[in-house]
Each structure stands twice: as structure tokens, then as C-alpha cells.
Design a protein around this ligand. Structure first.
Ligand code: NAD
Ligand code: ZN
Length: 255
């Protein structure tokens, strides 16, 4: 429940951090990890596809999965949660958006300087020499569910091109992590939206914010336990974010 004191905290906040996980994009039709593997992909464990060992063992299988995900994102539109987050930036002195998502739906909703802790589906690079590779933006050719696709080759060293996402066992991009951590430790309100909170170190950010005395709010349709100092708003990200904005800032339409 959005209490009046929570609405007031948000209204008076100097620096808000919005921290998003896959659930923030769920209403745009981008599957979360839990329901990522539909159809033929059900045969695979996402954690098994999201490692450099998986890529090296079967580049076409791994690349095919990421191409399927990239095309789903290209065909998707930002949802009410992405728009409410972009709108919030104009209501508070400072807003930092830190996402675990590898899509670009925050940017397409109007958020700026989004911190991508886990990289992006849209910035692939050579697995051997690291050179960036440009992919076509065509959204019409959604690869078939479960397709194997041979990855492109690097124009510099002819190594395989790999997705620009952070895989399990890899370091987070240093700049993104330090900006995210500093924001979590400095903010007075921290909104954690649509994340299961099990992927570390990202999941540490709400704890850091709480440790520094911020008001921490979790938004998720699936109830989970939070400490007595934290707030839990149960419901879909779009509905809860729009209600939060309405409660805190009045009845302005969210663009
Ligand atoms: P997760 O899949 O582990 O958890 C998603 C969470 O979202 C769950 O707690 C679920 O209950 C919640 N959720 C579902 N629908 C929701 C809605 N409408 N509103 C709010 N919450 C909703 O995802 P995670 O915590 O982000 O961590 C897993 C990893 O998966 C991350 O590293 C992320 O990079 C990656 N991932 C990214 C995307 C994407 O970029 N869109 C999609 C799938 C997975
Ligand atoms: Zn190369």
C-alpha cells in the first residue's frame, strides 16, 4: 500500500534511484528469466546459455538465443513503468536509473544516462579482440524459436562476435558498477522494480541504500519478504509506478 508518508518521502526526495530488473520489461512482452524459455527454448536453462563457456561450446545455439531475444526487444515498446520512470525525472531534483536489463526500453521511454549493469543486447563485440560489431536493426526477421544462428565474424581478427551482455561469472562494467553503487549510497529514495534480487552483485544495491538510511521500496507482483524498514508494493510495475507518481505528485497524466 502506498502510504501518505511514502508519497511524501518521494515528493521530498533530493535523489531517487530507480533500480530495475526483468520484471520492469515484462509488460512490454519481454520474458523474465523465469519465463524466458518458451517453446523450443524450454529445453535449455537460461543460466546455461548465459556463460562464456556456453558460447564457446556451442556458439550458434547461444547466439541464436540472443538474436531471438534482441529481435523480441526490437519489436517491443516501452510500457507504463518505463514512461512513469522517465516522467519521475522531471519531478525530482535528481534521478538515476540503474538497470539489470539488457534491453533499451528505458531509453526509448525517454530516460537519460541509464546505467546498464549487465550490458546491452545491442552492443555485441568480438569475443577475442573486443572490437565492437554493428548489427542490423531490422525487426522484421524474428528468428524462429529455438533457431541456431552462426555468429558473425569480427572484421579485425575473424573471431566470433559475442553478445554485449554480462554473463554469469563475468565482472560488471566497472564504470556502470561504480556509478550505480555511488548513487545507491547517496540517494534518499531507492525504488527496486521487478527484480528477483538473486543476481549479485547487482542485488547488493538495495542493501547498500538501506544501510545508508534511504527509503527502499520494492515493486513486484510476486510477494516476497522484506525487512521491517523496507516497503513492499505488490503489483505490476506499470500500475504501481503510475499510482506512486499520482500519490506523490498529484493527478498529472503520465505521458
Ligand atoms: P528475474 O527474471 O530473475 O526476475 C524478474 C522479477 O520480475 C521476478 O521477481 C518477477 O516476479 C517480477 N515481475 C514479473 N512481472 C512483473 C511486472 N509486471 N512488474 C514487476 N515485476 C514483475 O530478473 P532479474 O531480477 O532482472 O535478474 C535476472 C537477470 O536476467 C538479470 O541479470 C537481467 O540482466 C537478465 N534479464 C534481462 C531481461 C531484459 O533485459 N528485459 C530479461 C530477462 C532476463
Ligand atoms: Zn576480433
Amino acid at each position: 500500500m502506498i502510504t501518505s508518508s511514502l508519497a511524501e518521502r518521494l515528493r521530498e526526495a533530493q535523489h531517487v534511484v530507480v533500480f530495475t530488473g526483468a520484471g520492469a520489461s515484462a509488460e512490454s512482452g519481454i520474458p523474465t528469466f523465469r519465463d524466458a524459455l518458451t517453446g523450443l527454448w524450454e529445453r535449455f536453462d537460461p543460466a546455461q546459455l548465459a556463460t562464456s563457456d556456453a558460447f564457446r561450446a556451442d556458439p550458434s545455439l547461444c547466439w541464436g538465443w540472443y538474436e531471438w531475444r534482441r529481435h523480441k526487444v526490437l519489436q517491443a515498446q516501452p510500457n507504463g513503468a518505463h514512461f512513469a520512470i522517465a516522467e519521475l525525472a522531471s519531478r525530482v531534483p535528481k534521478l538515476t536509473v540503474v538497470t539489470q536489463n539488457v534491453d533499451d526500453l528505458h531509453e526509448r521511454a525517454g530516460s537519460q544516462n541509464v546505467v546498464h549493469l549487465h550490458g546491452s543486447l545491442h552492443s555485441p563485440r568480438c569475443i577475442d579482440c573486443g572490437q565492437a560489431h554493428t548489427l542490423s536493426l531490422a525487426s522484421d526477421a524474428l528468428p524462429g524459436d529455438g533457431s541456431r544462428i552462426e555468429p558473425p565474424r569480427c572484421s579485425a581478427c575473424s573471431g566470433y562476435v559475442r553478445p554485449g551482455v554480462v554473463w554469469f561469472g563475468e565482472m560488471l562494467p566497472e564504470g556502470a558498477w561504480s556509478v550505480g553503487l555511488a548513487a545507491a549510497e547517496e540517494c534518499d529514495v531507492f525504488l527496486s522494480i521487478g527484480t528477483s534480487g538473486i543476481v549479485y552483485p547487482a542485488a547488493e544495491l538495495p542493501l547498500r541504500a538501506l544501510g545508508r538510511g534511504a527509503t527502499v521500496v520494492h515493486i513486484n507482483p510476486a510477494q516476497f519478504k522484506v525487512s521491517s524498514q523496507e516497503h513492499f508494493l505488490q503489483g505490476p510495475a506499470s500500475v504501481m509506478m503510475q499510482s506512486l507518481l499520482r500519490e506523490a505528485f498529484g493527478d498529472h497524466p503520465v505521458s
